[in-house]
Each structure stands twice: as C-alpha cells, then as structure tokens.
Design a protein around this ligand. Structure first.
Ligand code: NAD
Length: 360
C-alpha cells in the first residue's frame, strides 16, 4: 500500500505529561461507519516508524472491514512503548480518555502487545472499545482470526496445490503469539507437519512440545522447504530478499501488512507463489470485535460471526481466479474489491436498531 496516497481523515498525536504515555490514533476512512481497529503497544525505534506503522495499519483496516462485511471504517492506534514495559492502569485509562474524546469516530480493541485485561481498564474511560467479551460474545479476537486463517489457508492450498485438506502438508509458522499458537493447534489437528520460529524461545519450546513442531532460528524460516508459509508475527516481512528465499507455494498468515511494498506482490506472482491477501484472510478478529461492539439484545450473535468467517475461503477463491484471469496480483484484486464496497457506501446490517445506534 502506498502510504502517501493513503489519504487519512484524521491523525491524532497525544502525549500525557503525568504518565509519559505517547500514542498516535489514525482514522483512515469512515465511509462505512466508525473506524474500528486495534491498538498496538510496541517499542518502536523512532516516532516516525510508529507513525508509518499506524498509517499503514489503519488504511489496511478500511479494506479489511469493507471486505469482511462489517459496518465499520478503518482506523488503528499505536502506543509508543519501551522494551519490556507494561502499561500502568493510569496509562491505559489515559488512553481510554483520548479515545472517548474522539466521540465514537474510532473504536479500539487489542492488537499486538495488548490483552483483554488492558482493554477492560481502557473501558473505564470510554464506551468506544471492544474485544473485552460482553454478553457471551467477542473477547480476545485471536481465536476468530486463527480460524479464518486456517480455513483460508485450506482454500489456498486447494487452489494452488490441488489438495482437499492440509493433512501431510508442511507449514512454516513465523510467530507463535496469540494467533500463531492457535493456528499451530488447528494445523496439528488437521495432520499438517509444522516448522516454527519465534524470537521468544519459550513460545518455540511450547510448540515443539505440544505439536511436535520442528524449530528453526527466526532468519531461517523463509528458506525452509515447506508447502505453506504462514506469517503470524509483524508486518513488512515479505521483501525482495525474503521472497527470493521462499520455497513455499502458498503464503497464508495472520500478520497485517505482510508486503514490504507492491513490487513484492508482483514478485510472488512471478515466482508462482499464491499470496492470500492479509487483510482478507485475517479478518476473523475484526468480525468478532465488530459483533461485540454492535451487540444489542442478542444480535449480532455467534452465527453472524461464523457466517462472515466462513465467507473468507470463497472470497479468497474469487480473488485467486480473478487475479489469474486478469493477470493481476491477488493483492491488487482484493484492493479493487474493497474499493468497490466503499464506493457502494454504507449498508444496513440486520435489525435497524443496530444500524441506528451506530450511525450516530
Ligand atoms: P502477538 O504479539 O501475540 O504475537 C506475535 C509473535 O510474533 C510473538 O510471539 C513475537 O515474539 C513473535 N515475533 C516477533 N518478531 C518475530 C520475528 N522476527 N520472528 C519470529 N517471531 C517474531 O500477536 P498476535 O495477536 O498473535 O498477532 C500476530 C499478527 O497477526 C500481528 O501482525 C497482528 O497484527 C496480526 N493480527 C492479529 C489479530 C488478532 O486477532 N490477534 C487479528 C488480525 C491480525
């Protein structure tokens, strides 16, 4: 995604002198509804890298929410952390106040470095937060994300490798956090053979012990002789250098903004590697977050969530065939589809009361 063309509606930089908290909140597009996207807490090496990250992530959320069939626009926030730091309750409450001040134009939830417990503290100061788990719906979005990636990966393997299931396939998983470890569990149950890497040795040891995974150092994961590569760590990891090493025929994982730039999408296609666009395959979490936020009197329910996650494989299949027929990259096709949804404008979802409540 070309960030200079990303065209954000609002970007807010905040600093609190009392707690030292610093954050950037980016609202990319509210055509379809309030901007929804998680908050990332990360020790960035500079303020500009934090800004670039939030601008890219929020633009990606616009496309993700549009294609996921949820009535929300795209936004994201980042908290500029320090290595090993845990956010205090005072910091989380301050973050909540900043979200509240935006009056509902942005709804936050957890992303990398944030947990459900953190969101509960944020919720003391704002209504515009999801991913806490309320009325038996929502909560930690990572199970929904992992499920969407698993069924999306199965579809991609069917399309590219002509197999009916992932049984016996070799899958390399980069990053064994909330999503990565759950994906490992599903892949293991499906009979896939796992190769894993993480910069946190304890997470690697767990995957080896629980799923019989083979561990490799972080830098070696790209060159592993596998069928599928699943990026589940951070963004920008598909670069000219890493793609040149890839042995996999399918790339399907949860990480946001996997492509370092658009040329990488073309390079993947030229090498006949099928790329499942990240903002399509990893939408399970935002669907769960959306359902929790919209939830009034029993609607949306689990079936609403499940229907939308179940739509991910078919959506990917459409993207793969259009890309093949029109000689475009899968990322280009997915972006075009998302723009078409945006051009149609907001749609009512389900009972009017929900649409009315969230139109304000
Ligand atoms: P997480 O923070 O729980 O896990 C990330 C893992 O990646 C950690 O274990 C970390 O040690 C590891 N890691 C970092 N750099 C690495 C490297 N160079 N090599 C190997 N491992 C490395 O995050 P998560 O919630 O599991 O999310 C993973 C990715 O999926 C992120 O990009 C996130 O934005 C994206 N995503 C997550 C969700 C969700 O529901 N949690 C939804 C959509 C997208």
């Amino acid at each position: 995604m070309d960030i200079l063309a990303a065209d954000h509606e609002q970007v807010v930089l905040r600093h609190d002198r009392n707690t030292g908290l610093r954050a950037v909140i980016a609202i990319h597009d509210t055509t379809l509804g309030p901007a929804v996207g998680g908050c990332r807490h990360w020790a960035y090496d500079s303020e500009s890298s934090a800004l670039i990250d939030v601008l890219k992530l929020s633009a990606g959320m616009t496309f993700k929410n549009a294609l996921a069939d949820v009535p929300f626009g795209g936004g994201k926030s980042v908290i500029l952390g320090k290595p090993g730091e845990r956010l205090s309750e005072a910091m989380l409450e301050q973050f909540g106040r900043w979200i509240e001040e935006l009056g509902g134009r942005y709804v936050t939830a957890e992303d990398v470095g944030m947990r459900v417990a953190d969101m509960r503290v944020v919720a003391r100061r704002t209504r515009y937060v999801s991913g806490l788990g309320r009325n038996g719906i929502g909560g930690d979005p990572s199970p929904a994300t992992a499920l969407g990636v698993f069924i999306g990966m199965t579809a991609a393997a069917k399309y590219r490798l002509g197999v009916a299931s992932l049984e016996g396939l070799r899958v390399a998983i980069q990053g064994l956090g909330n999503v990565g470890i759950k994906l490992c569990r599903q892949l293991h149950s499906a009979g896939a053979r796992l190769v894993v890497s993480d910069i946190d040795a304890s997470r690697v040891n767990r995957a080896v012990a629980e799923f019989g995974a083979r561990a490799v150092p972080p830098d070696a994961i790209f060159g592993e002789k596998v069928d599928v590569f699943a990026p589940c760590a951070l963004g920008g990891i598909l670069s000219q250098t890493s793609v040149a090493q890839l042995q996999a025929k399918v790339v399907a994982g949860s990480a946001n903004n996997q492509l370092a730039d658009q040329d990488v999408a073309a390079m993947l296609a030229a090498r006949d590697v099928l790329y499942a666009p990240d903002f399509v395959i990893n939408a399970g979490g935002t669907i769960s977050v959306a359902a929790e936020y919209l939830h009034v009197e029993g609607y949306p329910d689990d079936a609403w969530v499940r229907d939308r996650i179940d739509a991910i494989p078919d959506r990917l299949m459409t993207i793969f065939s259009v890309a093949r027929d029109h000689r475009q990259t899968t990322d280009q096709v997915a972006q075009t589809m998302a723009r078409e949804v945006l051009a149609r404008g907001p749609q009512l979802v389900g009972p009017d009361r929900n649409a009315r409540r969230h139109a304000t």
